[in-house]
Every structure is written in C-alpha cells, then in structure tokens.
Design a protein around this ligand. Structure first.
Ligand code: UT7
Length: 324
C-alpha cells in the first residue's frame, strides 16, 4: 500500500464582468474575426478594481471545500500558483488561509506562470505522499487584467481573470493506475527563454509591477511541442496507453495550440476539454477552470483518466496524470 493524493473537491470562480471581442475592438485596433480566427477566444472575464486574486481564490476554495464536505480548518496546506499576487509580499495564499479560517499548517505561493497550477499540484502531492500533510488546497488564480497593457493589441486580447482549485486528501491505495488520485506529475523549466514571455517590471528590477510582454510566435512554437512531449513522457513513464486517457485537459492559451498539441500527441479533439473561447488565457487558473467546466458540463466523470499538460513563461511546462 502507498499514499496517494485524491481529489475530493473542485471549485472555480470567474468575475462577473465579461468583455467580448467587440468590446476589445473599441480599445485597440482589432476585430472579432481576427481574435476568433487566430486564438479561438470569444470572451474573457475581467475582475473589477476591488477584486484581488485572494478574493477570487477564496470564492473558488469555498466551492471546493463544500464539494469535499470539509471546512477551511480541516486543511493542513495551501499551495497557490499565481503571477498576479495581491501584494509583492506576503504570499496570496496566506490571505486565503485567513479568509478560510485555517488556523494551522502552512500556506505559500509558487510562481510558474501558466504552469503554476501543475507546479502547485506537484508540491502539494509530494508533501501528501511523504505523509507530511493529510489535506491540501491547490489553487491557480490570476487577475491578469491588472498587468495587461490595454494599448498593446498583441497581448491585451489574449488574457482573462479567474480562479480554480482542487482539494487533495491522502488515501491509502495499491499504487496502480487504476487507483483514484494523482498518479504522477512532471514539471520542467528552461530559463534561457525567460525574455520571450515576461513582465516588464519587478520589485528588484524597477520597483514596478510591469505589464505582460510576449514574443507570441516563439511561445506558440514551443507550446505545442513541449505539451505533447511531456504528455507522451508521463504516459510512457507510467505504462499508460494514450487510448486509456479519457480527457486531455490542457492549459488554455489558444485553440490552435490545443489542436496542434492534440495532433502531435495523436488524441482526437473530441477528447480535449476546450474553454479558451469562454475564459481566454487565465494562466495558472486555466487548467483547474477547464477541469471544473468539464465536470459542470457532464463531460468529465469520476473514475476517468485525465491528462493535464501546461506550458508558459519561464519557459515552464509539465503534465499531470490523474484518475479522478
Ligand atoms: O500561455 C502561454 C502564453 N501564451 C501563449 O501561448 C500564446 C502563444 N501565441 C499565440 O497564441 C499567437 O502567437 C498569437 C495569438 C499571440 C498571435 O498569433 P499569430 O498567428 O502568431 O500572429 P502573429 O504574431 O504572426 O501576427 C500576425 C499579424 C501581425 O501583423 P503583421 O505584422 O503581419 O502586419 C500583428 O501585428 O497580426 C497582427 N496582430 C493583430 N491584428 C489584429 C497581432 N495582434 C492583433 C490583434 N488584432 N489583436
């Protein structure tokens, strides 16, 4: 027998304000046709001035805790992925900890951009497997609209705000791929690509938060290759055939990246959860938001095998293999 992290609750939150492509065309020189054709994005949600990342994360967490049938104080750990923290410090996770009434354990952030949820998941899963914690909240949350340059048409149409999370709990299992829980997670980074997608600012660089800047073509070129490669690697490492995977739940940046990843991997688009049309790119929040949406739509069901690849700034990338 071995310890595995089982997902016992999932939650999500999207701010109520929706911006259409036509709304974006009133701000920059763009069009609904261009955005839909090049990205698949139709709308995105934007947080208002008062809505911080910790507030959105708390709403998502409350939904996940309710689904899990536990309270905030039952959590031993919060790991939160974001590039849009409430403040430079302390960690956004501690605000969530306080809002949930969690009085023990620890809460911290990880910064891995669009791979942030996978990095957070791997961290929490490792601590559960080692027996250090029993119950953990893993969050991906972003208020990207607050670091978006709304004068730059190359980036401002691509991003949205939101939060998604899962509650993990330690369970004794045999340790096979038939057992429910997180089977494996692989994470990678290559810092030589940092300039291709980054913020123009930072506390120790220029005392400024900065705006998102991106070499879209270079990111695009790597995204499909890296996500397909790491997906194939995690399947092979765990002796799983692609045909056993029920759903690919990838990071949602661009429908063309989703299609290219699926094609390279050899999985039909019918098995790919796509929410990029509704959410745009929400960075660390995109995978748990897609997971929650797939469940709400009745596509993803308990017991199914899920493959979650992601790729983003750093570059960082990774994949998680989960029996829900
Ligand atoms: O989550 C990980 C991070 N991000 C990503 O994964 C995004 C990766 N990259 C992409 O999704 C795509 O590269 C973009 C959607 C950003 C751009 O699509 P593309 O097909 O690679 O377009 P492009 O950069 O080659 O630009 C084509 C043209 C350019 O005009 P010229 O130079 O050919 O005259 C751009 O100026 O499209 C122009 N353009 C726009 N036109 C209308 C760029 N943005 C816009 C816009 N509206 N919003």
């Amino acid at each position: 027998m071995t310890l595995r992290s089982r997902i016992i609750g999932i939650g999500s939150y999207l701010p109520s304000h929706i911006s259409t492509n036509d709304d974006m065309a009133k701000i920059v020189d763009t069009s609904d046709e261009w955005i839909v054709e090049r990205t698949g994005i139709k709308v995105r949600h934007f947080a208002d001035e008062q809505m911080s990342s910790s507030v959105m994360a708390t709403y998502a967490a409350q939904e996940a805790l309710k689904a899990a049938g536990i309270s905030g104080n039952d959590l031993d750990l919060i790991v939160l992925g974001t590039v849009t923290p409430d403040k430079t410090f302390p960690a956004t996770a501690v605000y969530v900890q306080s809002a949930l009434g969690m009085k023990h354990g620890c809460a911290f952030d990880v910064v891995a951009a669009c791979s942030g949820f996978l990095y957070a998941l791997k961290t929490a899963d490792n601590m559960i497997r080692l027996g250090q914690v029993k119950t953990a909240l893993v969050v991906g949350v972003e208020t990207l609209s607050k670091i978006t340059d709304f004068k730059d048409r190359n980036t401002c149409v691509l991003f949205g705000d939101g939060a998604g999370c899962v509650v993990l709990q330690a369970q004794e299992v045999q340790g096979t791929t038939a057992d429910r829980g997180i089977i494996d997670t692989l994470i990678y980074s290559d810092g030589s690509y940092a300039p291709e997608l980054c913020s123009t600012g930072g506390p120790s660089t220029n005392h400024d938060v900065g705006y998102i800047t991106m070499n879209g073509r270079e990111v695009f070129r790597h995204a499909a290759v890296n996500m397909a490669q790491v997906s194939a690697e995690i399947l092979q490492k765990n002796g799983v055939d692609l045909s056993e995977v029920d759903w690919l739940v990838p990071h949602q940046a661009n429908i063309r990246i989703l299609e290219a990843t699926a094609k390279r991997l050899g999985i039909p688009m019918e098995k790919v959860i796509s929410t990029v049309d509704l959410h745009a790119n929400t960075s660390a929040a995109s995978i748990p938001l897609a997971l929650a949406q797939g469940i709400k739509e009745g596509k993803i069901k308990e017991g199914q095998l899920l493959l979650l690849p992601g790729m983003g700034a750093g570059f960082t990338w990774g994949a998680s293999l989960i029996r829900l």
